[in-house]
Write a protein that binds this ligand. Structure first.
Ligand code: IP8
Length: 264
């Protein structure tokens, strides 16, 4: 069976989150190798990626997730333009890596086609269903315009994952590639003794820790919420360690791999 896979490359996986605009090119390349393998086997792939240090640091500095603030609106508007441009730059690194492997890419920056934030943002995701075979569509977490006085807000890649996976009927797999763990862990991954949860049902308690120092969107909690929403519609929803991208192929061929399967 050929699959249609929506994959999120977490921002903490493809960049060093603590250091401004620092891509992890070796990781991007190894994931793109794997995506190219999947496509060669006849599967189609849609890519969503996060922002990491190309978005969160500046967004945090200028409180962009809160929308326009009267006291420093000019600096905020400048920061919005910079983050939008930085996100395109990060996306072009993913795109280049795929093109180096013989794939074609087409990029849809959300600031051009989406409005408002959260998983009910305004925007038609049906275009992501128009590409097959060698052509890989790409989108990413971005700063979008919002209705009302706030003017702008942050649309997370996790919300894009939800809408694309739920609204495109042919999606068979939805995979979140993480940067720091094999999947969802029962405790924050850096704590000793934290164990992989192989099957996670929505509502089950997990002790998480959200790095609000660097992160302006919802971290693992937002991912888990969106993943459980997706799992009501898509059978195979997984959290996988993006440092071991070969687990993607393993999932498609064997039906399972090391990671967390999310069930609705
Ligand atoms: O990293 C956030 O997207 P995420 C987008 O997918 C920006 O949550 C610009 C911070």
């Amino acid at each position: 069976m050929v699959a249609k896979v929506v994959v999120k490359l977490g921002g903490g996986l493809i960049t060093d989150k603590s250091s401004i605009k620092t891509p992890r090119l070796d990781i991007i390349d190894s994931i793109c190798d794997e995506i190219s393998n999947l496509v060669s086997s006849g599967n189609s792939v849609i890519i969503v990626h996060g922002a990491g240090s190309y978005g969160h640091l500046l967004a945090k500095k200028w409180s962009l997730s809160q929308g326009l603030r009267k006291d420093f609106s000019q600096q905020q508007r400048e920061a919005v333009q910079i983050v939008r441009s930085d996100m395109r730059e990060l996306s072009s690194l993913v795109s280049k890596s795929l093109r180096d492997r013989g794939l074609e890419t087409i990029t849809f920056p959300p600031s051009e086609w989406a409005k408002n934030t959260g998983d009910s943002f305004e925007g038609d995701v049906s275009m992501f269903d128009s590409f097959h075979g060698n052509v890989v569509p790409i989108t990413f977490g971005d700063i979008v315009n919002v209705d009302g006085a706030a003017e702008f807000g942050i649309l997370s890649g996790d919300d894009l994952m939800a809408r694309i996976s739920i609204e495109i009927p042919s999606v068979t797999h939805c995979v979140f590639l993480l940067g720091d763990a094999d999947g969802m862990m029962d405790k924050p991954p850096h704590l000793e003794g934290s164990k992989l949860i192989k099957l996670w049902k929505s509502g089950e308690f997990v002790e998480t820790e959200h790095n609000t120092e660097q992160d302006v969107t919802g971290g693992i909690e937002l991912k888990a919420e969106r993943a459980s929403l997706i799992s009501k519609k898509v059978e195979e929803v997984w959290f996988i360690n993006g440092n071991c991208p070969e687990r993607l192929s393993e999932l498609l061929t064997d039906g399972t791999t090391i990671g967390t399967k999310i069930v609705g």
